[in-house]
Ligand binder design. Structure first.
Ligand SMILES: NC(=O)c1ccc[n+]([C@@H]2O[C@H](COP(=O)([O-])OP(=O)(O)OC[C@H]3O[C@@H](n4cnc5c(N)ncnc54)[C@H](OP(=O)(O)O)[C@@H]3O)[C@@H](O)[C@H]2O)c1
Length: 311
């Protein structure tokens, strides 16, 4: 009997994913049926976007796993009807590589002070050379798939990198911290701070008035993690006072960022429209197919979400 794989995401994703998913499923050698609609009681796996119309998993009585199309799971992890294993997306070639490029690019932009030269309408000649990377400590909050890869790439460029996670880590090139004291240690030395934490009740407002004050004066913030990691009002105060030199923000509490939000017009804020990194269909399809192969072979699924931790 074929395994039935339901693709539950917006229509435009189906156009991107159908062919790569079929290729990846063909490659693992299973007999399958893949569609955007099938009787719920016959579905074995759901390839899932949390904003899809599937919100009640109760009718999916023979479901074996739900496989997320992207890394963030905050919109589905608390769904009480989702009781089967739930895997988030880890896609090294696509998502992780894209994030490494985006984070490295914005880190170098702020490190080198590129804006002053690219936007210089008065043709000012200010020959202040930037420091070398060894003199620019960088901090990363969140040392998971993305944070550790970004931290290692930045460390390879010569920046001293410290990072913070829930559990203690050993990662080459990164001085790793945990706990409240660890957060203070990272913040107090980070001239550039990158946020790659998930959105959970525990991470909301990680950057607030108190923790922003721990950063060195003139620090830069880069947030490709999630909007709720930052208290927006506290950040605006810190930007207005000059304590924070600039914030490059890719994610927001409300997306698209409302037109009247002060971030749009703020001279020290760069808004990017949640494009830091995207799951790429060919490599993501291979990751999904590998989890289906594992499910069928009775092997443990990869990258399962910890429902208690919320990520
Ligand atoms: N803007 C974009 O385009 C984009 C694209 C993809 C992902 N993202 C965001 O990036 C986030 C990270 O993705 P990922 O794949 O790297 O996730 P991940 O592998 O789950 O890593 C999350 C990291 O955050 C740490 N963490 C979680 N809760 C914490 C807490 N309360 N205190 C301290 N550290 C905590 C974890 O610590 P442990 O290691 O100890 O568990 C882990 O190191 C996603 O959740 C998503 O929000 C954004």
């Amino acid at each position: 009997m074929p395994i039935n794989v339901l693709f539950a995401a917006h229509e435009k994703r189906w156009a991107q994913y159908e062919a790569p998913l079929r290729t990846a499923l063909d490659d693992i050698g299973v007999d399958y049926s893949l569609a955007t609609d099938m009787p719920p009681a016959e579905v074995d796996y759901i390839v899932y976007a949390p904003n899809s119309p599937v919100q009640d998993f109760t009718p999916y009585t023979r479901l074996k796993a739900v496989l997320n199309l992207w890394a963030g799971v905050e919109d589905a992890v608390g769904n009480p009807t989702l009781k089967v294993p739930y895997a988030r997306m880890v896609d090294d070639e696509g998502l992780t590589q894209g994030m490494v490029e985006w984070v490295t690019g914005h880190t170098l932009r702020h490190h080198l002070g590129m804006d002053a030269h690219i936007m210089n309408p008065d043709h000012k000649w200010v020959p202040d050379a930037p420091p070398v990377s060894a003199d620019r400590p960088v901090g990363i909050l969140g040392l998971g798939e993305l944070g550790s890869a970004c931290g290692q790439a930045i460390a390879r460029l010569g920046f001293p990198v410290s990072g913070w996670a829930r559990s203690q880590k050993q990662i080459g090139g990164i001085t790793c911290h945990t706990g409240t004291d660890g957060l203070r240690a990272v913040l107090s030395q980070s001239q550039i701070l990158i946020l790659l934490l998930p959105s959970t009740p525990a991470t909301e407002n990680t950057l607030n008035a108190e923790t922003l004050a721990m950063l060195p004066k003139g620090a830069f913030i880069i947030n490709p993690g999630r909007g709720p990691l930052i208290d927006d009002d506290a950040l605006l105060v810190a930007l207005d006072s000059g304590h924070i030199a600039h914030a490059t923000l890719d994610v927001f509490r409300v997306e698209p960022l409302p037109q009247d939000h002060p971030f749009w017009a703020h001279p020290r804020v760069t808004v990017t429209p949640h494009i830091a990194s995207e799951t790429r269909a060919p490599s993501a399809s291979r990751a999904i197919a590998e989890n289906i192969r594992r499910g069928e072979a009775g092997e443990p699924f990869l990258h399962l979400v910890d429902r208690d931790a919320g990520y």
